[in-house]
Structure formats: structure tokens, C-alpha cells
Ligand binder design. Sequence first.
Ligand SMILES: [Zn+2]
Ligand SMILES: [Zn+2]
Length: 232
Amino acid sequence: MDIIGIRLKDALEKAGCPICNILKKYETDLIEEILYEHVNNPSVREKFKKSLGLCTYHAWKLESIAYSNPLYGSLGVAIIYEHMLSLYLSSLKCQNKIKERKCFLCKSVEEKEEHTIGALVDRIEELFGFYESSKAIFCKEHYTMLYDKLKTENPQMSERLRKVQIRKLETLGERLNKFIEKFDYRSTESPTKDEIMSVTLSIESLKGLPLGINFTRRRKKRSLLKDIFNEY
Ligand SMILES: [Zn+2]
Ligand SMILES: [Zn+2]
């Protein structure tokens, strides 16, 4: 197994969505790298300028990572956002509307997502067994992306994936049900570790982890007029 395969295998063996978990680490590593060595890097600053300081999600993520680790602290954030604030201020003075383009962190995570799904499809035969027997469960979005790609490239595996996904969701539902039952006053048992975990895993299996990519994609979908008319 190559190094990419080993990384995928590790993710497939952990509870939760393997793709979300890989992207979460990737996103955090990127932000830490910026705070650690690129605060004053002109090319990185150019990228910040394009979206006037990242999207809302990543701006707050940057702030929270910086403040939670004394190694980074608030200075880097202050330097970057002093610059962004000055850009906004001059646009107001010149009455030039600033165009906020797509956040570069969102773009990077999207690319990583595509590569990860592609890498998994390429190695699906050797990796599938690890997913099948672990507590991992693809979130709805990542299951759909993977399933669609497999359906065209490896239809047999797409069907295996669908069956395993159903079984995993059923097991999760049963655990959630037992968790609820144990709150009954007649119950003498406490919920097991798996039953306790089923609560967060249920949210994760439907909505994915709180990553920028999951927020923006859902907002984009919702904003389509067609969807709005269909919903109401
Ligand atoms: Zn996911
Ligand atoms: Zn972003």
C-alpha cells in the first residue's frame, strides 16, 4: 500500500466521516502554517486581499486557532486584519465597492476534497474492507460524491458501498434508539460508549463536520431559486 493509501486507511478506521476528518486536519494544518510562517508573506497576503480576509467561517476559524495556541497568539491575526481593515476603509473613502471573491482556503479544501475522493476511488478495492469493518461512516455529502464517482468507474463497488452504508446507518439508528430508551425511568442500564457516540455520529452522518466547505456548499444549494420554490 502506498503512503496515500495508508493515510486513507487510517481515516477509514476512525469513527465519523473519513473524508470530513481528512479535510478537517488539512484545513487546520493550512491555517496553522499561515499563522506560523506566512503572516507577512506578500503572496499569501494577496490571497487574503481577494476575499477581504477569507470567508466568514475561515476568518473565525483562523481567529480561534490563533487564540487557542500561545505559539501563534493574536499578533498575526492583528497584522493581517489591520491590512484588510485599511482596504475596506480606503474603499469607503474612494466610494469604490470592494469585490469579495472566493476565499482561498475554501478553494484549497475543495481541491483536497476532490483529490481525496479520487484517491479513494483508485484504491477502493484494497481499502473497502477497512471501511466495512470500522466505525467510520461517510457523511451524506461525501457518500454521494464517492458513490457517483464509483458508479461510473466501478459500478460493482458502488453497489457494495450503498449496501454497507445502509447497514452502518441502521446500526447507528439502533444505537440511537437504545440511547433514548435508557433515559426511560424504568431503565436500569446506562448508555454504552457506542450509544453515547451515536448522537454526534448521527449529526455527522447527515451534515458532515463543521467545515467551511460543508457550510458554503449547503448555502449555495439553498440559494437556488428552484430549491426555494420546491421547498415552500
Ligand atoms: Zn464528510
Ligand atoms: Zn473559506
